[in-house]
Design a protein around this ligand. Structure first.
Ligand code: CMX
Length: 136
């Protein structure tokens, strides 16, 4: 596997609008996209910081992964996403090394990227996302 950069850092928040205001007013970043990802039960807001993005995540349902995370651990860093070339081969490579895959195959995530998650119990406690922009 060859990650090229950290594509984004996902941060779980209770209130997207309040968190967007903080990142804009205090951190001086510009929110360039707000998008709902229905199958993940989240509303997301994106900010660019160099080549990396900050993705704020607000749950849209009490049984969604982000709501469950906040119930258990509180607000905070939820996942780290690595941009890779060849996401299918990267997943195979991780699985061969004994990593538990959450997604056996890539699926479409926010911003049209192909994404797949690795289980945090196999990755030293960090929910890890692989993503690839295939430009489709
Ligand atoms: N980071 C680190 N550990 C996490 C975690 C996270 N984000 N989410 C859950 N865990 C830990 C829990 O603390 C728990 O640990 P313990 O057993 O030690 O208590 C364990 O993983 C199991 O957690 P759970 O609450 O029982 O939750 P589930 O097993 O039902 O689901 C997970 C956990 C990671 C498989 C699920 O959240 C998932 O599939 N995540 C991937 C999808 C996702 O997060 N989507 C939202 C973002 C979408 C986007 O970016 O567009």
């Amino acid at each position: 596997m060859k990650p090229t950069h950290i594509e984004h850092i996902g941060i779980a928040v209770k209130n997207l609008d309040e968190a967007v205001k903080y990142y804009q007013d205090v951190m001086g970043l510009t929110c360039y996209n707000i998008e709902e990802v229905a199958d993940q039960k989240v509303r997301t807001a994106f900010f660019k910081v160099g080549e990396t993005k900050v993705e704020l995540l607000e749950s849209t349902a009490p049984d969604g992964p982000v709501a469950k995370f906040i119930d258990k651990k509180g607000e905070g860093v939820h996942h780290i996403a690595f941009a890779v070339k060849g996401i299918e081969q990267s997943l195979e490579h991780a699985e061969k090394h004994g990593v538990k895959l959450i997604d056996q195959k890539p699926r479409k995530g926010a911003e049209g990227l192909d994404i797949a998650f690795l289980h945090p119990k196999s990755t030293f406690g960090v929910l890890t996302e692989l993503c690839e922009d295939k430009g489709e």
